[in-house]
Structures are given as structure tokens and as C-alpha cells.
Design a protein around this ligand. Structure first.
Ligand SMILES: C[S@@+](CC[C@H](N)C(=O)[O-])C[C@H]1O[C@@H](n2cnc3c(N)ncnc32)[C@H](O)[C@@H]1O
Length: 152
């Protein structure tokens, strides 16, 4: 099934000009600041967004080529299926990042916690409203990789 009608609603401004500059691996915390510049035609859609502290940003790995169904991520030394990782090399190159909304100025959303390249196209924004208590979350192979790294 082809999915027509996708287009960018805006673009990321970030300090990262290439992927090597973006922190990776176990325990990485993304604190970099950047902005999301929304195209003027979509500005009415930002109404009331200031009320949220955090947002989901849905975006395109536009510099990624091809995909790998099984690969070894930077946070482990063992292979995992692409759908149990956050790999940029996926059948549909869609990225999802939870960011902090620092402030809005017109069509500019100032963000903390960006992990995208400068110029990354953004498909959508949704308010972040997590309701899953921590004790109910399972973190799969990542929890095991974290445990192993603490033991060594
Ligand atoms: C591991 S992915 C996680 C991205 C997002 N938080 C997610 O879970 O979908 C982040 C990596 O994607 C790569 N990346 C960031 N922006 C990109 C872009 N526009 N095109 C291709 N790769 C990108 C960088 O190597 C970065 O370290």
C-alpha cells in the first residue's frame, strides 16, 4: 500500500550538521537545544500548544539510505530487529523524538532535547501525555544491555 499526501509541516534547526556530532549509546541524554520552524500556512495549527511542556515530534530521517532489518545498535554489541531499535535505517525512515517545549515565538518552537540533524523535515507534532507508570514499563534488550554495561 502506498501512502500519499505526506509533506513537511516545518524543519528542525539544530546544532548538528552531521550525524557524528549527535551523542549516541547507552545512557545518552539529549539536552541539545534547537527549534522547529513551522511553515506559515500551518501556524493556526499551533494554537494552544504553549500549554504543553513536552511534545512528540514525528520526522523523516532524510539523510538515511536504505534499511537493515537486523542490525547492531550503538548501545549494544548484539544484533536486534529494526523494530526493537531506534535505528535510522528502517523501511519507512520515520523518527520520533520527545522534546521539551521551552517557548513559542510565532511559527518558531524552541525545543530542548533534539537529536535530529539541522534541516530535518518534520511531518507532525503531538502533545506528549504519558500515562504508563514506570513500574509497568519493560525496556527489552536495552535494560539488559544497561545491566551488562554496569557490571563491566
Ligand atoms: C537513534 S536515532 C533516534 C531518533 C529518534 N529519537 C527516534 O527514536 O526515532 C538518532 C540518530 O539518527 C541519526 N539522524 C538524526 N537526524 C537524521 C536525519 N535527518 N537523517 C538521517 N539520520 C539522522 C543520527 O545518527 C542520530 O544519532
Amino acid at each position: 500500500m502506498e501512502i500519499p499526501g505526506m509533506r513537511a509541516i516545518g524543519y528542525i534547526r539544530s546544532p548538528y550538521g552531521n550525524t557524528k556530532q549527535i551523542p549516541k549509546g547507552l545512557g545518552t541524554r539529549h539536552v541539545a537545544e534547537g527549534s522547529l520552524e513551522i511553515l506559515p500556512e500551518f501556524e493556526p495549527g499551533l494554537m494552544d500548544i504553549e500549554g504543553y511542556s513536552h511534545l512528540y515530534v514525528i520526522w523523516v530521517f532524510h539523510q538515511s539510505e536504505g534499511y537493515e532489518l537486523v542490525g547492531t545498535p550503538p548501545s549494544d554489541n548484539q544484533p536486534h530487529g529494526v523494530f526493537s531499535t531506534r535505528s535510522p535505517r528502517r523501511p519507512n525512515p520515520i523518527g520520533l523524538t520527545v522534546v521539551e517545549l521551552v517557548r513559542r515565538e510565532g511559527t518558531s518552537l524552541f525545543l530542548r532535547g533534539v537529536d535530529m540533524l539541522d534541516g530535518t523535515p518534520v511531518l507532525d507534532i503531538k502533545p506528549y501525555t504519558s500515562s504508563i507508570p514506570e513500574e509497568k514499563l519493560r525496556r527489552g534488550w536495552l535494560a539488559e544491555a544497561e545491566k551488562r554495561s554496569q557490571e563491566t
